[in-house]
Design a protein around this ligand. Structure first.
Ligand code: NAD
Length: 415
């Protein structure tokens, strides 16, 4: 297995943390592997009348602290090891954000861009029919992730409710507002990341009102990150990219205009008055903040030394390999690690579950205020440990998270 296998990376990160913490070997052994994996085959009638069978997964990594939680991806390159890694990171994310949930993740191998709306709906419902007995509001609660969206969550919630024979809004988060969604969920991941960036900038002495920002990925996380960097800090977004290519304008981009362009052309590439830029070139830009918001393994041992940014805010999951981490730490680049930086999404998802449970919905300002508090506390808990142990922020985040999960396991008598 190569070093780019995300699950091997997740295990390596845990092993490093176990070493620093002198973690009880029994706790370590349990935390190295998922508690439960569900592999399903989903037959879907396609529009042309043919039947295709899709492969799907749900991995429930650890539920010591509460029901498991984690998104569902629809992606042609999905693998069980990616889902395993993401479910482990969800466990650490919920623990670091100090919310009473464990970690899980789901995925279906498919190419949603080539599927019709009807085919996507049948696939979404088929996935739930295959896993519904293993999920539920007090068991395991999915959410959107790469190439899944609120509409897909609404279909999935509806299908689960049909299977359960009653309305079960709390089974899934990231739903549209009229069917049990929460205000503030749309941009929660990016907004949570902004609160972490605000605290990191303070620590690193970066003036955000003059900061230049580059963002890799222009989907849910990337677009809102661009928008909020300008809106909240007055920072200048100089480069963005998506799967078709990237654009660079040193004078700054207007994120909403770029989004309008992307809505028409399906990509940010070729946006007027910009130079084209590759992902590799983006990493080496002379900027203050770099935000990976696409896929895994983009900052590696080969390119990490080219990074000039002071802060890397990992909105994507797993964008940095362990050897890149060492280089970035040695070079004084402050990395806000994925499961801390992008914890805003799951935090507001948790707020959505809470609102579904007591059927009383909060105003947007209250969601933001509570999110800010959670993210700020989480950032400083991690930063404190990184100073105490003289270790990088990712290892520190692991220490905070693993200690919390281990404590729950011990109290429950699992070890
Ligand atoms: P999305 O599907 O909305 O967007 C993904 C974006 O990445 C798209 O713009 C796509 O074109 C781009 N992309 C794909 N391949 C690329 C490449 N090679 N180079 C550059 N861009 C590329 O997904 P999202 O919800 O924004 O998620 C992005 C990342 O953030 C993922 O790692 C996801 O796990 C993580 N994340 C998202 C949330 C959330 O609430 N949306 C929460 C936590 C973590």
């Amino acid at each position: 297995m190569s070093e780019k296998n995300p699950f091997v990376i997740a295990q390596t990160q845990l092993d490093k943390c176990a070493e620093i913490l002198h973690l009880d070997p029994a706790v370590h052994a349990i935390l190295r592997v998922p508690r439960r994996e569900i592999h399903v085959s989903i037959p879907v009638r396609m529009d042309d009348g043919s039947l295709r069978v899709f492969q799907g997964f749900r991995v429930q990594y650890n539920d010591a602290k509460g029901p498991t939680k984690g998104g569902i991806r629809f992606h042609p390159d999905e693998t069980i090891d990616t889902v395993r890694a993401l479910s482990a990171w969800m466990t650490w994310k919920c623990a670091v954000a100090d919310i009473p949930l464990g970690g899980a993740k789901g995925g279906v191998i498919c190419d949603p861009k080539s599927m019709s709306v009807g085919e996507l709906e049948r696939l979404s419902r088929g996935y739930i029919q295959a896993v519904w007995q293993f999920i539920g509001p007090d068991r395991d609660v999915p959410a959107p992730d790469v190439y899944t969206n609120p509409q897909i969550m609404a279909w999935m919630m509806d299908e689960y409710s049909r299977c359960a024979g009653k309305n079960q809004f709390g089974v899934i988060t990231g739903k549209p507002l009229p069917v049990g969604g929460t205000l503030g969920r749309g941009d929660a991941t990016a907004r949570g990341g902004m609160f972490a960036i605000r605290e990191a900038a303070e620590v690193c002495g970066v003036d955000l009102s003059r900061a230049r920002v580059a963002i890799q990925g222009y989907g849910n996380a990337g677009f809102y990150a661009a928008k909020l960097c300008r809106e909240l800090f007055g920072a200048k977004v100089v480069a963005v990219s998506d799967s078709q290519g990237g654009i660079y304008n040193p004078d700054g981009l207007v994120p909403e205009t770029v989004q309008e362009f992307k809505d028409k052309t399906c990509s940010v590439a070729n946006f007027p008055r910009c130079e084209p830029i590759t992902n590799e070139e983006m990493l080496g830009l002379d900027i203050e903040i770099l935000i990976p918001a696409a896929l895994e393994n983009v900052i590696t041992g080969e390119n990490a030394s080219t990074v000039k940014a002071r802060i890397i805010a990992e909105l994507a999951n797993g964008p940095t390999t362990p050897d890149a981490d060492d280089i970035l730490f040695a070079n004084g680049v402050h990395v806000i690690p994925d499961f801390l930086c992008n914890a805003g999404g799951v935090t507001v998802s948790y707020f959505e579950m809470v609102q579904n449970f007591y059927m009383y919905y909060w105003e947007e300002a209250l969601v933001y205020e509570r999110l800010d508090k959670k993210m700020t506390l989480a950032y400083h808990a991690v930063h404190l440990v990184s100073k105490q142990y003289q270790i990088n922020m990712r290892q520190a985040a692991y220490i905070v998270a693993v200690q919390r999960v281990a404590e729950a396991m011990k109290l429950r008598g699992w070890v």
